[in-house]
Design a protein around this ligand. Structure first.
Ligand code: NAI
Ligand code: 13P
Length: 319
């Protein structure tokens, strides 16, 4: 039995897809939301228009976990620590699969390191890659990367999490998988700004390419393998998130580019990640000009025109 913790858009979508293999439990901390989902047979707030299958049990009571149980943790990265502080003991001997993309603002840690710190007896893994929750939930074809340092566990999780519409690849490079997924969100915010400000698709293509170079520079310095970054969890997700208005990071960037407000209740992982990574890059003396500009725009310290001038006036160099 697989348990998904967190009934937001992604957790619900994964639970729906996994239910085509067998029974799945979807846990939410919010009793009222559980009652609504049970009554309506859908998660109308986060995934309107998609029915919950019969094999999916929605609950506010975390079931007992036997050793080796698979638990997907699908909450925003900035909330993962709170979730594990509250429920880590119940998850002590599980395979914990982070289903979130980000770097923790306060510590600079990625999801698998947060798991390792708070639940050291569990196995930490991450599921990441190009996929919108609505696409997964509607049964559209999707390919993701499952990363776990333990090759044997990686293989068993790959098998357990593959469904008719979810094709899972595996890697032991958890650092590469989680950094690619986290850092592409920052580039997606920047691309949204460019399109929102009417600067054109050529500028976006340049930003995606230079953004990929920038995220690779940082991720490799932190131990990622270039091959992983060029795969689904890095390049693949960069392409999806930087080109679709379905992406909340991209949509947030568009609103910045248009000087419009954005609903603060919407999960935008790239904002906190940009701040965490910009600080880390400064300490490591790694140049991340796009990330720095995203932080300055979010903080209101730069206008879009100034940001573009800054990026375009950097010293000329080899590609
Ligand atoms: N929505 C999407 O298309 C995709 C999202 N992701 C990633 O999935 C992660 C979650 O995103 P979404 O599900 O879209 O966000 P969401 O905003 O739809 O849902 C977040 C959920 O986390 C719950 N939550 C927050 N703090 C909690 C806590 N301390 N304990 C228990 N539950 C808590 C909230 O109640 C909410 O149900 C993010 O890292 C995102 O980058 C990844 C791929 C696709
Ligand atoms: O990570 C995602 C797609 O792979 C979802 O992107 P957003 O969080 O920007 O909506």
């Amino acid at each position: 039995m697989i348990t998904v913790l967190g009934s937001g858009a992604f957790g619900t979508a994964l639970a729906i897809s996994l239910a085509s293999n067998g029974p799945v439990t979807l846990w939410s901390r919010d009793k009222a939301q559980v009652q609504r989902m049970q009554a309506e047979g859908a998660n109308t707030r986060r995934l309107p228009g998609v029915s919950l299958p019969a094999q999916l049990n929605v609950t506010a009571d975390l079931p007992p976990m036997s050793p080796g149980s698979i638990c997907l943790l699908s909450v925003p990265t900035q909330k993962l620590r709170d979730l594990l502080i509250e429920h880590g003991r119940a998850l002590a001997h599980c395979h914990l699969v982070a289903c979130c993309k980000g770097v923790e603002r306060v510590t600079g840690y990625g999801p698998t390191r947060i798991i390792a710190e708070l639940v050291p007896t569990a196995t930490a893994a991450i599921l990441t890659g190009p996929s919108f929750a609505h696409d997964i939930a509607r049964g559209l074809p999707t390919a993701l990367t499952l990363a776990c340092k333990d090759a044997v566990v990686a293989q068993s999780l790959q098998t357990a999490l593959t469904t008719p519409n979810l094709r899972i690849y595996r890697t032991t490079d958890a650092t590469g998988a989680e950094l690619g997924g986290a850092l592409k969100n920052v580039v997606a915010v920047a691309c949204g700004v460019v399109i929102g400000a009417g600067l054109g698709e050529s500028a976006r293509a340049a930003l995606m390419t230079r953004g990929f170079a920038e995220l690779s520079r940082m991720a490799v310095a932190l131990g990622a393998e270039q091959e992983t970054l060029a795969g689904l969890s890095g390049f693949g997700d960069l392409v999806l998130t930087c080109t679709s208005e379905q992406s909340r990071n991209y949509a947030f960037g568009m609103s910045l580019g248009r000087n419009k407000c954005f609903d603060t209740s919407i999960t935008v992982e790239g904002a906190a990640t940009a701040q965490a990574v910009s600080e880390k890059a400064r300490k490591m003396q790694i140049e991340m000009p796009i990330t720095d500009v995203v932080v300055a725009l979010i903080d209101g310290k730069l206008r879009v025109s100034q940001a573009m001038d800054m990026l375009l006036s950097r010293p000329l160099k080899e590609e």
